[in-house]
Structures are given as structure tokens and as C-alpha cells.
Design a protein around this ligand. Sequence first.
Ligand code: AMP
Ligand code: MG
Length: 525
Amino acid sequence: MTDISANPTAGWNFDNSYARLPEIFYSSLPPVPVREPQTVILNDRLAAELGLNPDWLHSEEAASVFGGNTLPEGSRPLAQAYAGHQFGGFNRLGDGRAVLLGEQLTPSGHRIDIQLKGSGRTPFSRGGDGRAALGPMLREYIISEAMYALGIPTTRSLAVTATGEPIRREKELPGAVLTRTAASHLRVGTFQYAAQWGGPDAVRTLADYAIERHYPEIGTDEAVEDGERYASFLQSVVERQAALIAQWMQVGFIHGVMNTDNMTISGESIDYGPCAFLDAYDPSTVFSSIDTGGRYAYGNQPPIALWNLTRLAETLIPLLDEDSERAVEIAQDILGRFERLYLDAWFDGMRAKLGLFGREEEDEKLIADLLDLVKAFRADYTNTFVALTFDRGEIVPGQRTLAGSESQVRVGAPPTRTAAIPGADALIASGEYRVWRERWQQRLERQTQSREESVEMMRRHNPAVIPRNHRVEEALAAASNADDYGPLHRLLAALADPYAHSAEQAQYAQLPPDAGEGYRTFCGT
Ligand code: AMP
Ligand code: MG
């Protein structure tokens, strides 16, 4: 470990508030150096937002920092302690293969965690080697950046750095370190750890820290009664998670491993392991090979989020009221609001996907009936909404399809979206759909907004591109097996603007040859 500071022109601007918490919350240690750090992908745009110097970013020294061989100036590296319910069972966990380098204060005034994942063993490693394979770290890079571009709160990826060391899994794989950024790495599991091994005082310290960092509007005003402050905190986390899960559901995202250690207090999505996006719409869809019981199936995500939030609420009971019965009532009352918050957020998002402004009583049935049809036809979820956006059946081939939408029309080329939309055609051609479409059209007629406004809203809520499983696999295989990063860069470029609906993106709407049947994802440890 080189402990000299990184080049001062790098742009690091650390202030490490987590390291100032009591020591039970972490273990101080540097990342374990690697043989030959070589950065294989860098996020220049994110680096600029963080205030890092673009010249430094591509230097050998940067690779050394991202590989864990050099500590950046101002870093106070540590592994965080946490616990978690994994598939319902409670375990003591902690960063077993990650190190928080510090918190970067960005030019726009944000405080962002800079974490290395796959950085070697820590006191929390248990039986693990502390390392990560290149494929899964690239996978997290792709999915997190796709989620970000979709407009969903998420941790992000700054770099993936090959270590030059093989790691042992079922077979030998190339090792890599992911440089991850996050609003923070506080998890529901951090509170569970505090409650179990620190007691109410530790929970209070952690809650005060979380309030200051993520919910400053709650305030630490002496005049605000304690119980009220922590009730507001719980309510705020419930609100953010309800909104987050609604967004996941709207884009067909399946996290795959919603353990309480993988749910943040900030409301960002975190830990992209066996996650994947729906192809054919079916709420019982599970991709993860380890989720044999379907606990984390697509349609189970809202109730699982509430289950996890209930675990958070339990840790806060001693802070909500001196009278524990009263405290339980307060917690239950707040948790009881989750369902309505979630449904309101979800229905509003689905209205936007259908171009509907305002709220009408029949909207919920209109939306539910459409999804029933999509399910019955095993239609592709994403492409169905693209087909609706371009209202197939109304389009005359060869003509411009939408007023004011230049991007999809190329001189000399047919408009992109008049071509068949994979996975949606059988549904769109059906009599059942025509009946439903009539109701939808009537609802659109009733609103004062123009068709153009509706279509514009639909375009902004119905992605043309999602990280389809076969495309992700293809990009990972080329990178991991042939050192060819071309497909990965092209995929990332398409994912960076998922609502563009450009001609170049049409190829990413194609379904896998076997329509995704039997696709499995692995935890990628
Ligand atoms: P995850 O399934 O990635 O959320 O990880 C669950 C727990 O296992 C966390 O405490 C991780 O730090 C730990 N873990 C996962 N993989 C490894 C590994 N290769 N070495 C050590 N700890 C690991
Ligand atoms: Mg995790």
C-alpha cells in the first residue's frame, strides 16, 4: 500500500462524516492492493459531476486509486458494519468486500460516498475472499447507469478496474474492483446492526446522522420533540421507498435480492446482483437462481419493501415513545401509509405511461385491465408501452408519425416505429386490445391537453431501451472473454438516453431469440 497522497490535481475533496461516528459502526482499514490495476471503463460524466480532474482520471495514478493500491488524499478508508435479513433470516454482515474511501464534497454541494467494491478481505468477510469478478462488476456498472438514465434514484458507477488477479469461483474468473458512488451506504441493515449490537443510544446516533445527511428538512431543532423527529424520519424513508419501488415497477425492474442490507435509507437503489428487467409481463417473474421461493419476484417487490421497512421501524421503537405500546402504534400508523403512498405513486406513473393527465376514478381499472391483457398475451412489457406511445394502427407507413418529433424520422429511411414492435404485435392486433383502446381513447378525449402533449409525456415515461438480458450478457461476454469492450460501450450509449426513441435504438428493442424463457441470473459474488 502506497500511503502517499494522490496527485493533488486529482480533485478529491473529502470530508468523512461517517468516520466520525462511534467506532462500533465500522472498522478502519485500507483496501488490499492488487497485482496490476487497469481501469477498463471510466465514467467521465460522473467524474466531472464529482469535481474530479478529467486528465487525472485517465492517469496511471487513477487506476492505482481505483484498484485500491493508492489512497486518495483525504481518504479515511473503512469497512461499514451492518446486519440484514437475507431471504428472511437475520445475519450479522458488514462490508466483506468493500471499503468506503470517503465522502466527496462535489462542486454542486452534494456529499457522495466513494466506495471500492471487490477491494479485498475485511473483518466482515466471514468465509469470503473479499474479491469480485469482472463480469458482475461490469454488470453493476451497466444496470446502475441505466437506472440513472431512466430517472430512478440509484447508486452509480465511476469505474471498473481489472485487478490482474484471477479469483476462484466455480471456475477461475478475472478479478475487478468497482468504484461505486452513493448518497450514502446507510441501509435498513445498518439500523438493525445498531439496534442489535449497540442498543437504543446507537440507533439514536445513527438516526440523527441519517436525518442530517438525507432528511435535513426534519431538523434537529431542540424544540421538536424527539418522538416526533424519529417518526418524521421513519415516514420520510417510507415515502422515498414507496416512490422508488413504484418506479422500479413502472420500468419492469426486478432487484432480485431485496434483503434488508440491500435497501438504503436514502431511497437509492443499491447492490445490483441478480437483478434483471422483465421481458414478457408476468408478476410472478423471478430471474435469480437463488430465489427459488420467489420471495423477490417482480410482483412481490412492494410488499417486500414494506416488510423491510417494518424491520427498520422495529429498530426505532425505543425512540418513538417512552411508552412502548404507544411507540408500536405510531410505527404501525406510519407503516400503514405505505400501501397508499405506493399505489398513488404507481398509478400516477402508469397514467403518465398512458398519456393521461389528472386523475379519474376509472383510471385504476383502465390500467389494471391493460396489464391483464399484456399478461394474457405474454406481451413484452417495455415494447407494449412503446407501441402505445406510437399508437400502432394509427400510423401510416412512410409518414411522419408524430407532430414535432424529428428524431425518429430520417430522410430516406422509414420512420423507426412503423416497423413491427417485437413482442407487442399479437396484443395490439387483438380484438380485446381494440376494445380496451377505445376506452383509452375516450379517456384521452376527455382531457383538455392536446394529443401532442400526451404523446410527449408518454415518450418521456416509456423507455425505448432497457438493459435487456441478452444484450447485457452479450456485452459482458465480449468484455470478459475477448477483452472486446465495443458491445459494452455501444450498449451504454443506447442506455444513456432511454427516452430518445431514435432510429439507432430500434435494435435494442429486439427480443432474445428464445424470448427470454428460462433466463437465469446469478448473485455474482
Ligand atoms: P450481497 O449479496 O452482495 O448483498 O452481500 C451480502 C454480504 O456478503 C455482504 O456482507 C457482503 O460484503 C458479503 N460478501 C459478498 N461477497 C463476498 C466476498 N467475495 N467476500 C467477502 N464478503 C462477501
Ligand atoms: Mg449487499
